[in-house]
Ligand binder design. Structure first.
Ligand code: CA
Length: 337
């Protein structure tokens, strides 16, 4: 079964490579046409001609970006593997090391924004392994490629326009725009829209430096605060479900968390509920993240009770397992810092 699935994936990759090579020539021609139209659109939206030309003249079509977009390995990992890979002991040790080095500024940010240092460290650890994997892609070309590509053109065109606007206003410097293949930037992997809405110049030197501790931690804290993260509130709890739980109470998609109820409502569906020691008035939902990802998985396991803070991490990145990994790492730090 696994061999069969792997060979299918392999065939898909082969096909994709062939498709990409076959399309490379026609792409470069129509990409130039797209670029011309995009520059016009950017100027019409009010961005100065100089910045549009400065920034966009080096934009290239990057076939690798399309390849990454179509085949993202993490979509195929089960929850256990996904979380374990991203929350290793090594990662906890590295986070503590960073905290000790930058204690003064991180404590200051925690107190000012009322957002725990542990959740900030966890997000940075998951996003970039504490600044070690910031990405080396030319973000302008990544965003241009994804804007030109049909799949999510509208979304990425808006992101690219926002980024040009930030450069035009001298909030972000063009020369440092290297990051992930999907256009995310800095220690916490902010997309342009997130930079515009939540990033701040914390040290007051008039530019936002998201690859540096001061501005990046303050911006991440500001973001969490603004979307409603609540300090010292729980994020998730691993549970064992009884077989009698109706499937309508089980969420497997991060898009829309449904059927939120008080903890006490779910009591009868949870094995050994008394041992959980949880306040019964919290508003919670139940998730089973493997269901839509792993064919033939046991529908009721693994299962988690999720709280309001968990949903804030979904705002940050709409993936059930991403939010679990972040909150698990946060708890690991909590026990050790
Ligand atoms: Ca700054």
């Amino acid at each position: 079964m696994i061999v069969k699935k792997m060979s299918k994936i392999f065939t898909l990759i082969l096909f994709l490579n062939f498709f990409l090579i076959a399309n490379a020539n026609s792409n470069s021609h129509s990409f130039e046409l797209w670029l011309k139209n995009f520059k016009k659109q950017a100027m019409e939206s009010g961005i100065s001609e100089k910045v549009v030309n400065d920034v966009m003249n080096d934009a290239r079509f990057l076939p690798k970006v399309i390849e990454y977009d179509r085949f993202q390995p993490e979509f195929y990992e089960d929850t256990f593997t996904y979380v374990k890979k991203r929350t290793s002991r090594k990662k906890v040790r590295e986070g503590i090391k960073l905290y000790k080095k930058e204690k003064k500024i991180i404590d200051q940010v925690e107190n000012y924004f009322k957002v725990e240092k542990e959740i900030l460290l966890a997000l940075m650890g998951i996003e970039t392994n504490f600044g070690k994997y910031l990405g080396k892609m030319d973000i302008i070309s990544s965003l241009a490629t994804l804007s030109y590509d049909k799949r999510r053109s509208e979304f990425f065109t808006k992101e690219l326009l926002i980024l040009l606007n930030l450069v035009d206003k001298k909030i972000i410097q063009k020369d440092i725009l290297y990051g992930s293949w999907a256009g995310a930037f800095g220690n916490f992997q902010f997309m342009p829209r997130t930079i515009r809405n939540y990033a701040i110049d914390y040290n007051g030197n008039e530019i936002i430096e998201l690859k540096k501790t001061e501005d990046s931690f303050a911006s991440a804290a500001n973001y969490l605060k603004k979307i409603g993260w609540k300090k010292n509130q729980p994020c998730f709890l691993k549970i064992r479900l009884n077989d009698n739980i109706p499937t309508k109470y089980l969420n497997s998609s991060a898009r829309n968390i449904k059927n939120k109820k008080r903890v006490k409502f779910f009591q009868k569906y949870i094995y050994n509920f008394e041992k959980l020691k949880i306040e019964k008035n919290f508003n919670v939902a139940i998730i089973i993240p493997d269901k839509d990802i792993i064919p033939g998985s046991n529908n009721n396991s693994p299962a988690y009770m999720i709280f309001e803070n968990y949903e804030k991490i979904l705002n940050w990145n709409r993936s059930l397992r991403f939010a679990l990994a972040v909150c698990k790492l946060k708890n690991d730090f909590k026990n050790e810092i």
